[in-house]
Design a binder for this molecule. Sequence first.
Ligand code: HEC
Length: 166
Amino acid sequence: MRIAIAAAVAVTLALGACGQSSEPASAPAPAAQATAPQPAAAPGPSAEELQALVAALPAPLNEGNYENGRRVFAQCRSCHVVEKGGGNRVGPNLHDTYGHPSGRAPDFRYSPAMANAGVTWDFATLDRYLTRPRDVVPGTLMVFAGLRKPEDRRDVIAYIAAESQR
Ligand code: HEC
């Protein structure tokens, strides 16, 4: 592009300083610009690779659908991130949650109810918690109506478990 501009300036100057260069230099610069390679998005696993992570999880999560889980997680995202090192929001970071004891996200101020819940977030416990959080942790500060559809719960748990391996 810089070369094209330099060329245009050179042509303009060559046409003389009398200001009659009514025709701008006709170099097809825009076409050259359009073919410039776009910076690639950060390389990440493909949809197939992510679904393969789900397929390797213990039953029944291996039946899960990563893509649906990602969509369902939109309901959690205002309060949680699952990315490693993504920090806490209103709720704790969920990267190291699946398969682990409750209440251990670094630097998160849990309610006494959650801090003392003493549950392990395996599939069965998460499935109940995401149906109705208070049934598993009475007094929890997580304000969430619950996911009615069993496959949405399975898929969002599979999504969290798969993301926790990245
Ligand atoms: C309105 C905010 C909000 C939403 C929406 C929400 N959560 Fe939470 N979540 C919280 C808070 C706050 C806590 C900590 C609760 C406590 O300390 O009592 C929590 C705790 C948790 C825990 C326990 C974590 C631990 O470290 O022991 C899990 C698991 C969890 N949430 C999963 C989810 C999932 C999955 C969704 C979406 C389906 C969701 N949450 C939606 C706010 C939310």
